[in-house]
Ligand binder design. Structure first.
Ligand code: NAD
Ligand code: MG
Length: 392
């Protein structure tokens, strides 16, 4: 008889959150759900809290707390609201927290979860990009195991031998290439939101879908890998693999490539993290290895997708530049989703912010938050000014 694993899920109503809920419901005897949270989808949050038999449901938008309380009135589930509600809920001790909020909004709850969870299954890549060193340091100090959920990092985690780290020649992150893999820059310049969201292999939230189309997602993943695996940037490479079957690989000194393969279904990496160090049956899609006719691997095109080069450039510059890249991207993607700017303008905003902000030593969480806010202001003002800088 296995003991119950106590789980909290931040961002339960999103794509990763729902996949996590599916897995938990498919093996319900194994888990005991503590916290579930969402930004604004209050009805969905209440419904999921009830089906998962959660102890606490938190709605980040405080104005929706009365509605959440009303929906949970006949249930033994505590309703909480606002940023403080998120932080209080993250301070409840659990075995594992699934960090599935999108963007830097997840940073503060993540840091509190690290203090109070034995393990954190992290999908929320943006805090790793902007505060990777601080996140990893806090986890080491608290004795919290960080389990990567992002499919590439989860794949690497499964084949990465920390005992033989000195023999690792390179990490190869695979990328599907996204919906614009074969598009020219001219065609991308008039790409619509719907086209950018139409990922060929994965079904994901809005922000990461746009990031995949610009390949900024892979750029963020290069930085994510740099912090998670504490490996030099020049040992992290990207390869285009349109089938999304090999989710990433590690090359060792003796010439061995170890890869993890599976269906393009996030339930596999989430299940790995949820069950770690054990394994669990998943309710997700399975790879039919006999139906695979070909697996292609190509070098990426950094001219059409400049985001990839930016990842190495910001790593070279320092953590302030990683924060600037991420903050500018979050603001620009939101503006693109609201149809305020074009698809290629996303990169224009990022480059403007990178050129406009000053290098700064970032050594605390407060410094990360302040710098992130300053970069967001530069990005928003630039967008408001119609992408025209006063400086010329
Ligand atoms: P999503 O947009 O589908 O869901 C985001 C969740 O976060 C929702 O529950 C939403 O209510 C909550 N949220 C949003 N803003 C919030 C805020 N300000 N405060 C509190 N909660 C907030 O996103 P997703 O696709 O599930 O992605 C979540 C994270 O996982 C992202 O960082 C993404 O890069 C990463 N990721 C996702 C996938 C995927 O397949 N979807 C794969 C790898 C990594
Ligand atoms: Mg990924």
């Amino acid at each position: 008889m296995k003991s119950l694993k106590k789980v909290s899920i931040f961002g339960v109503t999103g794509s990763i959150g729902q996949s996590t809920a599916d897995l938990i419901l498919s093996d319900f005897e194994r888990f005991d759900v503590c916290v579930v949270s969402a930004a604004r989808s209050v009805d969905k949050l209440a419904e999921m809290a009830i089906s998962l038999k959660a102890e606490i449901a938190v709605i980040a938008d405080h104005s929706l707390l009365p509605r959440l309380e009303e929906l949970l009135v006949n249930h033994d589930i505590k309703a909480m609201g606002g940023e403080q509600g998120l932080l209080d809920a993250a301070s409840v001790p659990v075995d594992i927290t699934v960090a599935a909020i999108v963007g830097m909004a997840g940073l503060k709850p993540l840091m509190v979860s690290i203090e109070n969870s034995k393990a954190v299954a992290i999908a929320n890549k943006e805090p790793l990009v902007s505060a990777g060193a601080l996140v990893l340091k806090a986890a080491k100090e608290a004795g919290c195991k960080i389990l990567p959920v992002d499919s590439e990092h989860n794949a690497i985690f499964q084949v990465f031998d920390p005992e033989n780290k000195q023999h690792i020649k390179q990490i190869v992150l695979t990328a599907s290439g996204g919906p614009f893999r074969e598009w020219s820059r001219e065609k991308m310049s008039v790409a619509t939101v719907e086209q950018a969201m139409a990922h060929p292999n994965w079904s994901m939230g809005a922000k990461i879908s746009v990031d995949s189309a610009s390949m900024m997602n892979k750029a963020l993943e290069i930085i994510e890998a740099y912090y998670l695996f504490e490996i030099e940037a020049d040992k992290i490479n990207v390869i285009i693999h349109p089938q999304s079957v090999a989710h990433s690989m590690v090359e060792y000194a003796d010439g061995s490539y170890l890869a993890q393969m599976g269906a393009s279904d996030m339930r596999t990496p989430i299940a790995y993290a949820l069950a770690w160090p054990d394994r669990m049956q998943t309710c997700g899609e399975r790879l039919d290895i006999t139906a695979l006719s070909k697996l292609e691997f190509h070098a990426p095109d950094c001219e059409r997708f400049p985001a990839l080069s930016r990842a190495y450039e910001v790593l070279e510059k320092g953590s302030w530049a990683c924060i600037a890249l991420n903050a500018a991207n979050e603001v620009a993607v939101e503006a693109f989703l609201k149809k305020k700017i074009g698809f290629l303008d996303i990169m224009k905003v990022i480059d403007f912010v990178l050129e406009s902000c000053d290098a700064k030593e970032i050594d605390s969480l407060e410094a990360v938050i302040l710098y992130d806010e300053a970069c967001r202001d530069i990005a928003s003002n630039y967008i408001q000014a119609g992408l025209k800088s006063k400086v010329g």
